[in-house]
Write a new protein. Sequence first.
Length: 221
Amino acid sequence: MATDLHTLLRSLRVWAPDTTDLRPFDPAVAPAAPLPLFTEWFAEAVAAGQPEPHTMSLATADASGLPDARIVVLHGADADCWSFGSHAGSRKGRQLAARPYAALTFYWSVLGRQVRVRGPVSSAPSEESQGDLHARSTGALAAALTGRQSEPLGSLEELARASEAAWERAAREPETPVPSWTLYRLRADEVEFFQGDVRRRHVRLRYRRAEEGWTRELLWP
C-alpha cells in the first residue's frame, strides 16, 4: 500500500506534551556571552534525555556558492570557537578551503530548542588535529584510516574490505597518524538561541560579536 506523504505530514505533531518540555526562557537574565548559555542548554538537553545532543547540522557552500549541509559531531567549544573534524579532501573540507565560512544548527526536540552558530572557519595545527583524532574511539580512527571520504565507491564489498583493514590497524596502532584529518574551528560571529513556545510566541535571542564583547537582541519568531 502506497504512503501518501502529504497525509502523513499533516498527521504529525510538533512538540507533543508527552515528549517535549517547553520551558520558559527569560532573555533578560541571559549571560553576557553565548558560551555559558550554550553550555547550560547543552547540559539540560543531556539531562532531559535528548538523543545525541552533540550532533549538529553543518552548512557550507562550494566555490560556486551552492549550499550544502550534513550532520556532524561537536568536538568542543570555547569562548571563541565551536570545533568539528573531517578529512581535508572531503566535500566539506574542499568547500571550507574554497569558502571558509559555515553555519551550525543544534536541535534539541525534547526541549523545543535550537542553537544556531555561524562565522569564519579555520583549521587547527596538524598536531592538534591528530591529538583530537587520537583522543576519540577506535572506531573514529578506523573511519579516518578508511579515508577517501566523499569519493565514488565501487561496491559495499570494497568498503567492507577497506574498513576491516582499517579497524585492524586502528586496534594494532592506535597512534597512527591520518594526515588528512583536520580539526576545524568555527569562530562565531553570531549565535542565536531559540526556545519554542506552545502558543508560538517563540523566544529568539541573538548574540552578535562586537569589538569588545557581544551585543544581544531579540528577534521576531
